[in-house]
Design a protein around this ligand. Structure first.
Ligand code: SF4
Length: 369
């Protein structure tokens, strides 16, 4: 392995602690800031076929990068067992992520296993997936047939040259747009498209993207460029605040604010005054939404993270593979959540964003966005 490769797998995660007197799940649990556990994001692979500059820059994730061996990944059976324990604690929404989740072979089998999970409320699980869209044309129908509800597709530009600069693997816009069409055709809607905006890289695409998706069944959301992980060289100067994104669109396509769909929705909604649908803005940097954050993250090798900007995970796989029963593991999950105090985006400063503070943040490609 080349000496300049930084292994970004989380090697520091202690085993998840099992309480001395484990108790059976009692339904919805809240963390130390009274936030209920509602969403579980499951990363099913640390691999991706894109090298988006704000997530998996090529300089770090080069051709010699040592991805996790398959045996280290949680199996579909292990993932489903963990999901079942989270559902018993009130989780009603599961999002499959990566890396690029559609690179995990036979992912539709996992979708079918998760779809079969009953919830305490009797309501069906909300089963979603975030993808770069590169494999959607091939996979959309099989995912829908297996029980997936909907997809969110990442697309950072409409202009091919800009998009290729952002994904850094020469992948064309047209193929992602074809994937979005395939998702609609398969019934994986409402389809959302996420665009990460980086000043000086693709901010000239804000209005063209808005024009393209306006009046279509696809909802476009703009995400502020974030200081995730330790490898994207983040700088506040390259952040385009959501207020500026809205202002730029409004100048050409008048917008009005729209109420949230539910508590904890990360996107602030804006509707086109002329009835042409809506756009969303996700403002992790300038408008933190930690107060309603109800998300836990599971990495592809079975570590739990209580925040996207966490500097340490908790090894659940060690419990899964050492014979602990569901009571133990369920209680360990509950204890981790009940002790949670994360609110990184609310406390972020230029100092916390810097990587040289020693507390290296986990990579987004490792735990999903
Ligand atoms: S910074 Fe952490 S706590 Fe805040 S919204 Fe994001 S994931 Fe949740």
């Amino acid at each position: 392995m080349a000496e300049n490769i930084i292994v970004l797998h989380d090697l520091r995660a202690p085993a998840l602690a099992v309480p001395a007197a484990p108790e059976a799940p009692v339904g919805i649990i809240s963390d130390a800031l009274a936030r209920p556990l509602h969403d579980l994001r499951i990363s099913v692979t640390d691999r991706c076929n894109f090298r988006c500059v704000y997530c998996m820059p090529k300089e770090v994730f080069g051709k010699d990068y040592p991805y996790l061996p398959h045996g280290d990944l949680l199996s579909f059976e292990e993932i489903t067992r963990v999901a079942r324990l989270f559902v018993a604690h009130g989780v009603e929404k599961i999002r499959l992520t990566g890396g690029e989740p559609l690179l995990r072979k036979n992912l539709e089998h996992l979708v079918a296993m998760l779809r079969a999970l009953p919830t305490p409320s009797g309501r069906p699980l909300d089963l979603t997936l975030t993808t770069n869209g590169s494999l959607l044309v091939r996979k959309a129908q099989a995912l829908k047939d297996a029980g997936l509800d909907r997809v969110t597709v990442s697309l950072d530009a409409l202009d091919d040259a800009v998009f290729k600069r952002m994904n850094d693997v020469d992948f064309a816009v047209g193929d992602v747009l074809a994937g979005i069409d395939a998702a609609h055709a398969a019934g994986l809607g409402p389809v959302k498209v996420n665009m990460v905006v980086k000043r000086g890289s693709n901010d000239d695409q804000i209005v063209p993207m808005a024009r393209h998706f306006k009046g279509s069944p696809t909802t476009l959301r703009f995400i502020e460029y974030m200081d995730v992980g330790a490898s994207n060289g983040w700088n506040m100067d390259e952040v385009v605040p959501s207020s500026e994104v809205v202002r730029r669109i409004d100048a050409e396509l008048p917008l009005a604010p729209q109420a949230a769909n539910y508590t904890g929705e990360t996107a602030a909604r804006w509707r086109y005054v002329d009835g042409g649908g809506e756009v969303g803005v996700i403002s992790s940097v300038t408008g933190a939404f930690c107060k309603d954050c109800s998300r836990m993250r599971l990495s592809t090798e079975g570590k739990l993270y209580t925040c996207l900007f966490a500097t340490r995970g908790h090894d659940l796989r060690a419990l899964l593979r050492s014979g602990h029963d569901d009571l133990d593991i369920g209680a360990a999950i509950a204890r981790l959540w009940q002790g949670r105090t994360d609110r990184y985006s609310e406390t972020r400063t230029m100092n916390t964003a810097r990587v040289d503070t020693g507390a290296r943040k986990v990579e987004m490609s490792y735990i999903g966005g």
